[in-house]
Design a protein around this ligand. Structure first.
Ligand code: AMP
Length: 213
């Protein structure tokens, strides 16, 4: 099963991709995580993409496609994958299609999650993370017991630089300009299913589950 999740930042792609990957027992491939890890490790890829991530701008298609083609060719992807955050431009979608056709693979389904812009801003700009163990928090929905301190490990709870409100608004603009055209791209192919992302994660997952063929 090869599934793709599209949606603006804050629509809940990551949460749903994680649930789907566990349910279908196939890997979830998240470009944002791969890039953040590369930046953290200061690898050559990380140095190349750092400034794009900090600004909330898209990494050039060529770099993204090279990374993803290498990742999707790994043995754990034989039975399929959930793509979360890729493709994000029509150029990336065309690159993915070409790569799949060469391997006689097909994309099974594309789910488009959506939330109103203000809800997306609220969700993302309140997001926090422990800088030591990675535990996730939210200032409104799930704050740590002591402000700024991680519950299990006592590490420092911080905000991702690109989750600051100004950058979130920029990322949303980039989404509507660069990524939203993919709805038309996959709609034309009959692969697109729209899902309301403003409901609880459990309800969204149930709705996606009922649409999986
Ligand atoms: P995310 O966590 O999915 O919002 O991704 C964080 C950042 O990684 C984005 O703001 C981009 O700078 C970069 N990024 C992730 N996926 C892609 C992609 N498919 N194409 C271009 N840039 C990406």
């Amino acid at each position: 099963m090869r599934i793709l999740l599209i949606g603006p930042p804050g629509a809940g792609k990551g949460t749903q991709a994680e649930k789907l990957a566990a349910h279908l027992k196939i890997p979830r491939i998240t470009t944002g995580d791969l890039f953040r890890k590369a930046v953290q490790n200061k690898s050559p890829l990380g140095l190349k993409v750092q400034s794009y991530l900090e600004k909330g701008a898209l990494v050039p298609d060529k770099v993204v496609l090279e990374l993803m083609e290498e990742r999707m060719a790994k043995p754990d992807c034989k039975e399929g994958f959930i793509l979360d955050g890729f493709p994000r431009t029509v150029g990336q979608a065309e690159g993915l299609e070409k790569w799949m056709v060469q391997r006689e693979m097909v994309l099974d389904q594309v789910f488009a999650l959506d939330v109103p812009e203000e809800e997306a801003v609220l969700r993302i700009s309140g997001r926090r993370q422990c800088s030591s163990c990675g535990s996730a928090y939210h200032t409104r929905y799930h704050p740590p017991k002591k402000e700024g301190v991680c519950d299990p490990c006592g590490g420092k709870v911080v905000q991702r630089k690109d989750d600051e409100e100004k950058t979130v608004r920029h990322r949303l603009k980039v989404y509507s300009q660069e990524t939203a055209p993919l709805l038309h791209f996959y709609g034309k192919k009959g692969l697109l299913k729209k899902v309301d992302g403003s409901q609880s994660p459990e309800t969204v997952f149930k709705n996606i589950g009922s649409l999986i063929k």
